[in-house]
Design a protein around this ligand. Structure first.
Ligand code: TXA
Ligand code: MG
Length: 316
């Protein structure tokens, strides 16, 4: 990729950043917690590029950033508890995990195929202006390579991601410096990640204690459940040809009934993965079988293989 632009946090810089986001490019921007690596949450390819730029070996679900409650209600289903905490703590360092609204257009790569979505309305004025100007939901993990420390200055972002993203908006140092608190409200209130808003403040607003422990059935980090992403059909990996009755999903030279990427492009394959899994599942039927062509183990291929091995894992 070409040089990463450093944009000023003024009207012109924000307009440029918003235009880049609308083109499906990646833009890092300041929030009150840490700098986020933003991409259009409705664009599968933009979201795939986020994982690629971070070098993330797994498709963990990402947080969707919106400028206000009104926009958030388009993407997620709020109940009275969600409205109460949103009213008390938004804009601010609180992320809510809520049921995903049908037809909201969020890429399934953002939610890791889950029926829930993590939503955050940041308080930083530059983030808010950018989200308004972009006019669409923005997925944004912290703007650092996977496994490295989260960035709280534009220079930190460039240290890790220069040349891998289109731009960074320089809004100075982040005030909070730790990521947002994540509160699960898709069932009983659960503290999924401690962060910028203390758990006690949430308990006071909800009028009840939070549970923290995940369980085998409901782990804190969705990606940890081995067969979490399993489709209805049985899945076989590293297939070069279909066996009788299988739907073959190809990649590159392995053609298949469907393909993750005819040209063997890992970004395209990642962008297609969740859609193709669903499509193959529908074609295979309830007792059916799906076979996947081998996917190279480098770059986004690691994340794709991680996800496919979960889909193929023995069902508990
Ligand atoms: O402060 C922050 O929240 C920063 C700034 C940039 O806004 N963002 C951030 O995003 O930390 P991210 O994408 O790295 O956070 C992802 C975490 C996942 O590891 C997962 O724990 C949780 O959010 N998460 C996302 N979607 C979820 C879901 N549907 N169910 C449960 N947890 C979810
Ligand atoms: Mg992070």
């Amino acid at each position: 990729m070409d040089r990463t632009e450093t944009l000023p946090a003024d009207d012109a810089g924000i307009a440029r950043a918003a235009a880049l986001l609308r083109e499906g490019r990646l833009v890092a921007f300041p929030t009150e917690t840490v700098y986020g690596l933003g991409g259009d949450a409705t664009d599968d390819r933009a979201v795939a590029r986020i994982f690629e730029a971070k070098g993330r070996p797994r498709f963990n679900p990402l947080i969707v950033h919106l400028p206000g409650l009104e926009e958030a209600e388009v993407v997620a289903v709020f109940d009275h508890r969600a409205r109460a905490v949103a009213g008390a703590f938004w804009p601010g360092p609180l992320t809510l995990v809520l049921p995903l609204r049908e037809g909201a257009g969020i890429s399934p790569l953002v939610t890791a195929g889950l029926p829930t979505v993590a939503i955050r309305v940041p308080a930083h004025p530059v983030a808010r202006a950018l989200l308004r100007a972009a006019g669409r939901p923005v997925a944004a993990p912290s703007a650092n390579p996977s496994g490295r420390v989260s960035p709280t200055r534009a220079a930190h972002v460039l240290d890790g991601l220069a040349g891998r993203i289109a731009a960074v908006v320089d809004g100075g140092a982040c005030a909070v410096g730790v990521e947002s608190t994540i509160l699960g409200l898709d069932g009983e209130p659960r503290l999924l990640r401690p962060g910028g808003i203390p758990a006690e403040a949430l308990e006071a607003a909800l009028g009840q204690p939070l549970t923290t422990g995940g369980s085998a059935a409901k782990p804190n980090a969705p990606g940890q459940l081995a067969s979490h992403y399993a489709p209805g059909a049985m899945v076989r990996l590293n297939a070069r040809a279909a066996e009788t009755g299988e739907i073959l999903v190809g990649f590159g030279p392995v053609k298949g009934d469907l393909t993750l990427s005819p040209g063997g492009d890992l970004v395209e394959a990642a962008a297609n993965l969740f859609h193709i899994l669903r499509e193959a599942d529908a074609l295979a039927g309830p007792q059916g079988r799906i076979a996947f062509a081998p996917i190279p183990g480098h770059g986004l291929g690691r994340a794709i293989n991680d996800r496919l091995s979960r889909a193929a894992a023995p069902r508990g």
